[in-house]
Design a protein around this ligand. Structure first.
Ligand SMILES: *[C@@H]1O[C@H](CO)[C@@H](O)[C@H](O)[C@H]1NC(C)=O
Ligand SMILES: *[C@@H]1O[C@H](CO)[C@@H](O)[C@H](O)[C@H]1NC(C)=O
Length: 222
């Protein structure tokens, strides 16, 4: 019986043809490297810690691309390190920092409907007299009041702008499936008859920023 081979990350030699011309890799995190939730904040998916190690020692460039918007990148990376992953903050592309770049570029002052733990990412953003709403995976902070406050800001604007950190329907945690930000984004879209701008997956711009950070072209990435 050689069953264990099936589950191991393929040795690079097997991949040499498929990897011809490939210089870098973009890896998802939640649901790919680990499942979130529970006591320690999640559990690694078997083989993923080793896979990250192998990719890093192969000399390929590596970027982690996440739509995680429940915590700052620092906190999120700390958790992944605790779970055993070889990962640092600079290797992670996440929606909140990308949204901050957009807010600054377009002089947007957000009303935040996000998880309390991700608010520090917006520390140096002007939030007075809001002219847009940023929505993220607020989890337990998606109360009627918080949603309605965001609605009132949007409906009061001449040009309502809604930036959404991802648009997932749901995701899996260790104790089951959880409603994701897209569901609440749709509620505000419906109420205000507007279309949100999605920052994060699956927006092309989001993946492009990960590639730019690795300094490689799309055809060189896996
Ligand atoms: C967000 O949820 C936490 C935990 O339930 C709560 O302590 C906090 O007051 C909430 N913040 C907002 C802005 O609703
Ligand atoms: C986050 O990514 C996962 C896997 O790529 C996807 O299933 C989920 O819908 C995404 N969530 C958001 C908020 O975009």
């Amino acid at each position: 019986m050689q069953a264990s081979r099936v589950y191991s990350f393929p040795v690079m030699a097997d991949w040499s043809k498929r990897l011809a011309g490939i210089k870098g890799l973009v890896l998802d995190i939640s649901g790919v490297l680990y499942d979130s939730g529970g006591e320690g904040g999640g559990v690694p998916i078997p083989g993923s810690i080793e896979a990250v190690k192998k990719i890093k020692s192969s000399g390929l460039k590596l970027r982690f691309c996440t739509n995680e918007t429940q915590a700052t990148r620092d906190k999120f990376v700390e958790k992944l390190q605790r779970l055993g992953f070889d990962i640092v903050v600079d290797e992670v592309t996440a929606p909140a920092p990308a949204a901050c770049r957009i807010l600054k570029e377009r002089n947007l002052r957000p009303h935040l409907l996000v998880h309390d733990d991700v608010i520090p990412e917006f520390a140096d953003i002007n939030k007075a007299d809001p002219n847009c709403v940023v929505i993220g995976d607020a989890a337990d902070n998606f109360s009627y009041k918080n949603l309605n406050d965001a609605f009132q800001v949007l409906i009061g604007l001449e040009n309502p702008v809604l930036l959404s950190l991802g648009k997932g329907r749901y995701y899996k945690e260790t104790d089951g499936l959880k409603l994701d930000v897209g569901v609440y984004m749709k509620a505000l879209e419906y109420a205000c008859d507007i279309q949100a701008e999605v920052v994060g997956k699956p927006a092309k711009m989001f993946f492009q920023s990960a590639l730019t950070e690795m300094d490689i072209e799309p055809h060189q990435a896996l």
